[in-house]
Design a protein around this ligand. Structure first.
Ligand code: PHE
Ligand code: NA
Length: 461
């Protein structure tokens, strides 16, 4: 607390860091299997509804809260109402233990697969390679069955990179890394998308399975349809890094004059655009593979987290030329996107600790990254993927939604959303409309509550 608060060196630095947090494994790996499992193009409808009724209003809320209080979530909450400090801890703690630990392990998989792609080391049967040889998946989440050393080694590597970046002052660490990572990510992704679209069978698959909307899949009067809506809201929170206190933390380093509304809109739009564009690469590549093997698309795709690690390698095998390069490009995209999100998860926790205790950022980062590495170990065991599925489900269907509802009550009702809106408008930039008040006080929390109840009914009836 004693030290002066860090500041971003430039406006674009903040924006790139925030987008770096938002654009991550979720946009490529998670979005594509979500879209596939939940009705293809039809998924885009609940996804966009969730973006408008929860994503954008909450992004503005998190930016404005961090900016106004100049504090990480626990301290920012406490400044509005001291009784709320423990609730402020909920977010960075959930972000760290619920997401960062497994996120690091998935980046670890990507690092391994980056190496494997150079020799196509996954062989011809990529399914049994991933689950068998690589993960050596055990039969239950309670049977850890030993550590997968290559995974642990790569996961440790991810933590080391994260530590190197977060250790430095914000403007020289996270900001600088984002200024390099984000342009790199855009270039690599565009090459990947362009390449994928030129593959035989790609366009047909995109039209049939990605763009065509099967509206019966999202009907609200079926249990299946409701599940899709819950999934879409979960995905919006996850993809925008909302409800974890990350955007609060990043915004706490902003200067006084800041276009909060404009930055929030830019972050939301670019993140979702990235997902949709990356979806073209994913569906196109899988379509190519289905075409090359002469199997129906539905049989070519595997649902769930295995998609990037089973279906992609298989598609890479089928490419007529430059397979290794295509593979390396794909996994490099995942690694770069992943690391820039991982640093934001780490920063939110370390900033919360620095705001509360007298401890230097260097010390806090070192402790947290060591703790993170240890905490990631269960995800690098043979049960890792199974534990990940459980963590992912509870975080996305419950923890985040609870975080979102809490923020809405705190700002909408305890502080009063008008006060916050005035703050946003006094800080300059695009004016925030009064409709935001209605969103934060009524619409967003109501929708989130319905999602929460829906998830509870889904799991416990
Ligand atoms: N938004 C990131 C993604 O889409 C994941 C993430 C979630 C990052 C929460 C930070 C916090 O992959
Ligand atoms: Na994202």
């Amino acid at each position: 607390m004693a030290e002066k608060r860090s500041l971003w060196g430039s406006k674009i630095g903040f924006l790139l860091a925030a987008i770096g947090s938002a654009v991550g494994l979720g946009n490529i790996w998670r979005f594509s299997y979500m879209a596939y499992e939940n009705g293809g193009g039809a998924f885009l409808i609940p996804y966009l509804v969730a973006l408008l009724c929860a994503g954008v209003p909450l992004m503005i809320l998190e930016y404005s809260l961090g900016h106004r209080e100049k504090a990480s979530p626990p301290l920012a909450f406490a400044r509005i109402n001291p009784l709320w400090e423990p609730l402020g801890w909920w977010m960075p703690v959930v972000a760290f233990f619920g997401i960062n630990l497994f996120y690091a392990a998935v980046i670890g998989w990507c690092i391994n697969y980056f190496g494997l792609s150079l020799t196509l080391g996954w062989g011809t049967d990529t399914q049994s390679f991933f689950f068998g040889e690589f993960l050596q998946l055990s039969d239950s989440p309670f049977t850890l069955g030993g550590i997968r050393w290559p995974v642990l080694a790569a996961t440790a590597g991810a933590w080391a990179i994260c530590w190197t970046i977060c250790y430095r002052e914000v403007s020289r660490g996270i900001e600088k890394a984002s200024m390099i990572f984000m342009p790199l990510l855009v270039i690599l992704t565009l090459i990947l998308v362009g390449w994928s679209l030129r593959l035989d069978g790609a366009r047909e698959a995109i039209r049939e399975f990605y763009l065509k909307a099967d509206l019966s899949k999202i009907a609200l009067n079926t249990a299946e349809g409701r599940k899709v809506w819950v999934a879409a809201f979960g995905q919006i929170f996850f993809t925008l890094s909302l409800g974890f206190g990350i955007m609060i933390t990043y915004a706490s380093y902003l200067p006084k004059k800041t276009d909060i509304t404009g930055n929030a809109l830019t972050t939301c739009i670019l993140n979702c655009l990235y997902s949709i564009i990356a979806g073209f690469a994913v569906f196109g590549t899988i379509g190519f593979m289905a075409n090359a093997k002469g199997v129906p698309f539905d049989e070519a795709i595997t649902s769930g987290p295995g998609l990037a690690f089973v279906v992609y390698p298989e598609a890479i095998n089928q490419l007529p030329i430059l397979n290794q390069l295509f593979g390396a490009l794909f996994f490099l995209v995942l690694i770069v996107a992943g690391i820039s999100s991982m640093i934001s998860l780490t920063e939110a926790f370390s900033c919360s600790i620095c705001d509360k205790f007298v401890i230097s950022r260097q010390k806090a980062t070192t402790i947290i990254c060591s703790l993170g590495l240890i905490g990631s170990i269960p995800f690098t065991t043979r049960a890792g993927l199974l534990i990940l599925d459980i963590a992912d489900h509870f975080i996305n269907n419950y923890a985040l939604i609870i975080g979102g509802i809490l923020e809405c009550i705190l700002i909408g009702w305890l502080l009063k959303s008008q006060v916050m809106r005035r703050h946003v408008n006094n800080s300059g930039g695009i004016r925030l409309w009064p409709v935001w008040d209605i969103c934060i006080r009524v619409i967003t929390p109501a929708v989130l509550l319905i999602m929460l109840v829906g998830a509870l009914l889904e799991d416990f009836t």
